[in-house]
Design a protein around this ligand. Structure first.
Ligand SMILES: [Zn+2]
Length: 102
């Protein structure tokens, strides 16, 4: 089974287990933190350096935030249009009601 993971912090291993954060004690990466499958340490289970995962997480969040900002700008535009429409409707209703009362 190929490991399928998105970018960012791996919260779950493909096997379903929650991940854990540990600190490397190897000569190559002393003190470097990493995410690992909380149950099995093996080929088809999560292993990811925390610094890389966190950087990916931040990049993914920044992309999501810019999408949300654009959506918000669009929604504000719609809201403004709706307010104008409402004002027009209120004016029409006012005119009509004075005509009816006559
Ligand atoms: Zn696993």
């Amino acid at each position: 089974m190929a490991m399928e993971m998105g970018p960012g912090i791996p919260r779950r291993c493909p096997c379903g287990a929650l991940t854990i954060v540990l600190t490397s004690k190897t000569k190559e990466n002393p003190g470097r933190r990493f995410y690992r499958c909380g149950v099995i340490f093996g080929e088809n289970h999560v292993f990811k350096w925390a610094d890389e995962a966190i950087l990916e997480e931040i990049e993914a969040l920044a992309a999501r935030q810019s999408t949300i900002e654009n959506d918000l700008i669009e929604l504000k535009g719609h809201l403004l249009d709706m307010k104008k429409d409402t004002t027009e409707i209120v004016e029409v209703v006012a005119v009509l009601s004075t005509k009816i009362q006559k």
